[in-house]
Design a protein around this ligand. Structure first.
Ligand SMILES: [Zn+2]
Length: 145
């Protein structure tokens, strides 16, 4: 009953994939698209290690976020650091570079407006390049992990 075993293995694999906390969606800049509301936001690390958040309309065109805001908290072993964010035409960029010591967790808190309840997105910061999809590991879209 080899075939039955394979089917069971595939079924188990599918279940494991669907249990994965969140599917990573690639953003237009090569970062990670976060399902913020009402506008989606891309988390991207610039070459000088600053966090850049870009908001997109339904057609994935960069757009002014209006009242939408984000807070970015880095959680390296050395302690949590909230990055100061500066407004740009289509989002926010951090005033300082990310602390050293990755991989570590980053939490992006997105709010529809200043009074709204935050929606948290967790990004495991790993800036190494993935050979599979040629994106940084934090934005990797490969199925294997
Ligand atoms: Zn990959």
């Amino acid at each position: 009953m080899k075939i039955k075993k394979i089917i069971l293995a595939v079924a188990a694999l599918c279940a494991a994939v669907s249990l994965h906390a969140e599917t990573i969606v690639a953003g237009p800049k090569g970062g990670r698209l976060l399902a913020a509301e009402p506008l989606k936001a891309e988390f991207f690390v610039t070459p000088d290690r600053k966090v850049e958040i870009t908001f997109y309309d339904a057609a994935l065109k960069p757009t002014d976020p209006g009242a939408q805001t984000v807070a970015v908290i880095a959680e390296p072993a050395g302690g949590r650091t909230k990055l100061e964010m500066e407004k740009t035409a289509t989002g926010f960029v951090s005033k300082t570079a990310l602390p050293a010591g990755e991989p570590y967790r980053i939490v992006v808190q997105a709010r529809a407006n200043a009074d709204a309840k935050p929606k948290n997105f967790r990004v495991d910061l790993d800036l190494a390049n993935c050979g599979g999809c040629d994106k940084a590991e934090y934005a990797c879209v490969c199925d294997s992990h």
